[in-house]
Ligand binder design. Structure first.
Ligand code: SF4
Length: 265
């Protein structure tokens, strides 16, 4: 008997039941930084202003009317939390229904008051546009200047633990067969044209998911590159560096309207 058969008998079924059933591992993944509760508007914080902003290598921390973190820029380096644990913390539930955003400003926490309306409008528009994609979708992945970390997590989706095929999600090499464009990387100049060509080659309706801080904002290269939104219209923004496979599953289900009207922020 081969070693793989013996291993299969020993381990049993390893495939997660998420999202049908909760998975303990899904919520144990570390999410981007947040502002610790009660710290956002205190007078002492306002006085520190620029000093706090300088803590972050990607410009994710801003102090204007209050202290905020742009999770779309957070590369999870931990510098702010190590320096000021009284002001910053890791977010929990990184793969929950609010992990991905359907509008870019929703990744800024605490949220701006006007963001809720924009989220509601974006959810409705996305649901209407993707109503035909509910049963089975094909995904084209394009690397627009990634460091390779997001690719590892995408690859994990095809393994026995996440098994993305059980959700009717399949990867394809051809834009002509794709419903979803999954983009990683900081949006390099050289990849802008090929990315646009891929998008234009896809049939309607189509959805674009920006995966990870690099694709959302340029990440560590954000002083030179600004992510992929300049090349293709992004519908779902996934923070993280890299996002977990659960976060990717979550984004795919939001993009295809399978997590209900409240999913995504
Ligand atoms: S990138 Fe680092 S310093 Fe900036 S918000 Fe994230 S954890 Fe904090």
């Amino acid at each position: 008997m081969s070693i793989w058969v013996l291993r299969g008998l020993r381990d049993g079924v390893v495939t997660t039941r998420w999202p049908r059933k909760p998975d303990q591992y899904a919520d144990s993944w570390r999410g981007p930084a947040i502002v610790a509760s009660g710290a956002a508007t205190s007078e002492a914080v306002m006085a520190e202003g620029a000093e706090l902003e300088w803590l972050c290598p990607t410009g994710a921390i801003e102090v204007i009317d209050q202290l905020r973190v742009d999770q779309g820029r957070c590369i999870l380096c931990g510098r702010c939390i190590a320096a000021r644990p009284d002001l910053f913390a890791w977010s929990a539930g990184a793969t929950g229904p609010t992990a991905a955003a359907v509008v870019r400003p929703a990744l800024v926490v605490p949220a701006q008051p006007e963001t809720d309306q924009a989220v509601a409008a974006a959810r409705t528009a996305l649901a209407r546009r993707t109503a035909a994609l509910r049963r089975s979708v094909h995904v084209r992945h394009v690397d627009a200047g990634s460091d390779g970390s997001e690719e590892w997590e995408i690859q994990a989706l095809l393994g026995p633990v996440y098994d993305v095929h059980r959700l009717g999600v399949f990867f394809t090499a051809s834009p002509r067969h794709a419903d979803v464009l999954l983009v990683t990387g900081a949006g390099t100049v050289g990849m802008s044209g090929p990315l646009r060509t891929t998008y234009e080659g896809m049939p309607d309706p189509k959805v674009v998911i920006a995966v990870g801080a690099d694709a959302v904002s340029g990440g560590l290269l954000s002083d030179r590159l600004s992510g992929v939104a300049g090349s293709v219209p992004v519908d779902v923004w996934v923070p993280g560096s890299p996002p977990s496979p659960f976060a990717l599953l979550n984004a795919l289900l939001i993009a295809t309207g399978r997590l209900g009207p409240e999913a995504g922020r």
